[in-house]
Ligand binder design. Structure first.
Ligand SMILES: [Zn+2]
Length: 383
């Protein structure tokens, strides 16, 4: 086993007395009452950035006013990325309620379920939102996704997420839009451990380094986010503002889902992030099998922290198998293998080798430091 891969094998099993996070998070720690670091982090930090009640309403009104002011004289007030998931769908509904003129961007990286496509169509049609669907070249996408699978790094979402960010940036600048609506919410995403997340998907240096080691073809049109563009163009010249309105309300996923079902005929996927077959395969098979990480555990823990679920209920939920049947599991595996272009024996061989670590690849931070020193050097010469 790679020494840099974090392992919890040295820890004796322990589960938080307040939520359901346990020693499957290799970095977890507990206080003398057995309460985990995620619970205390939620109480001491994250909760302070989640504005409910009157304070949330005031902040929402101010934000909407700012966004609308920025949109004066333009075709759109803001841009929103639609994945087909509940959070971004509800965010679109929120924007519609406040009369925001939104441009929706969806990235088709080849893994959408039919339900997700239908949901996105319904949202945009019913709420009269203009939609751009960016289709990523499948040969490129498959090659990058396959390389990531071969590496077995924790963050298998990087190829999809990177393309998603690239499209958002591209269309926001193209349409001169400054506000990006983001579906991140403390309500259901507060407890995700760092070790389970892996590296940042925006980091092109990291993505390319993993591809260089495990990839097998020349990439032709996959949208890499360039470092200089990220640093200079988007951040400084264009001054993009990424906002998370779901943290300005008492956001409750169940209520959101019911509202969406009623208002935009939203179809329930019956599980978090199951709008994409790939995400389902990764969360229900890959991560639990390779790392012992069950993302639903962190999700349920977040719901407990935000008062949306009782601990008992979450524990019961965790007793259920990740797939309702072996057939369902095998279907996902077969689908993945076929789609990505592997044979069963290649798949088995990859699954039996130890995973590589994100730490074994360079990242943008080091590159940024280099860029800083290069520009400092040039400033000296010019002077
Ligand atoms: Zn806890």
């Amino acid at each position: 086993m790679n020494s840099k891969i974090k392992s919890n094998s040295n820890l004796t099993y322990k589960i938080c007395t307040k939520c359901v996070m346990d020693t499957s998070d290799p970095d977890i720690s507990f206080d003398d009452k057995g309460v985990c670091i995620h619970c205390s982090n939620f109480e001491n930090n994250q909760k302070n950035n989640w504005f409910r009640g009157e304070e949330g309403e005031t902040r929402t009104a101010n934000l909407v006013e700012e966004i609308k002011k920025e949109g004066v004289g333009k075709e759109y007030d803001c841009i929103i990325g639609l994945s087909g998931g509940v959070d971004s769908a509800y965010l679109a509904y929120w924007g519609w309620q406040y009369g925001l003129r939104m441009l929706a961007v969806h990235v088709d990286a080849g893994w959408n379920t039919e339900m997700a496509v239908k949901n996105i169509e319904n949202i945009c049609k019913k709420l009269k939102i203009d939609l751009i669907t960016e289709v990523i070249d499948w040969d490129d996408m498959r090659a990058i996704q396959k390389a990531f699978f071969k590496s077995k790094v924790v963050n298998q979402d990087i190829p999809q997420d990177h393309a998603f960010f690239a499209a958002l940036y591209k269309y926001s600048t193209k349409n001169n839009i400054r506000y990006v609506l983001n579906g991140y919410n403390i309500s259901s995403e507060s407890a995700l451990p760092l070790a389970w997340r892996g590296n940042n998907a925006m980091d092109v240096v990291h993505l390319k380094a993993i591809y260089k080691k495990y990839g097998d073809k020349k990439i032709s049109s996959y949208p890499f986010l360039q470092v200089w563009k990220m640093r200079l163009f988007y951040r400084i010249f264009h001054n993009l503002k990424i906002v998370s309105p779901l943290n300005l309300m008492d956001y409750n996923k169940n209520v959101a889902l019911e509202t969406l079902k009623k208002e935009v005929d939203f179809i329930d996927y019956g599980g978090k992030h199951h709008e994409s077959v790939l995400t389902r395969f990764q969360q229900s098979y890959f991560l639990p099998t390779v790392y012992g990480y069950e993302k639903r555990r962190a999700h349920l823990a977040s719901l407990i922290m935000s008062g949306q679920m009782a601990r008992e209920e979450a524990l019961k939920e965790l007793e259920k198998p990740l797939y309702s049947s072996e057939v369902e599991k095998n279907n996902d595996i077969e689908y993945f293998i076929k789609k990505i272009g592997l044979s069963r024996s290649e798949f088995n061989q990859i699954m039996s080798t130890p995973p590589d670590s994100h730490d074994n690849f360079p990242n943008q931070d080091r590159f940024n430091e280099k860029l800083d020193s290069i520009s400092a050097f040039f400033r000296k010469i010019i002077r």
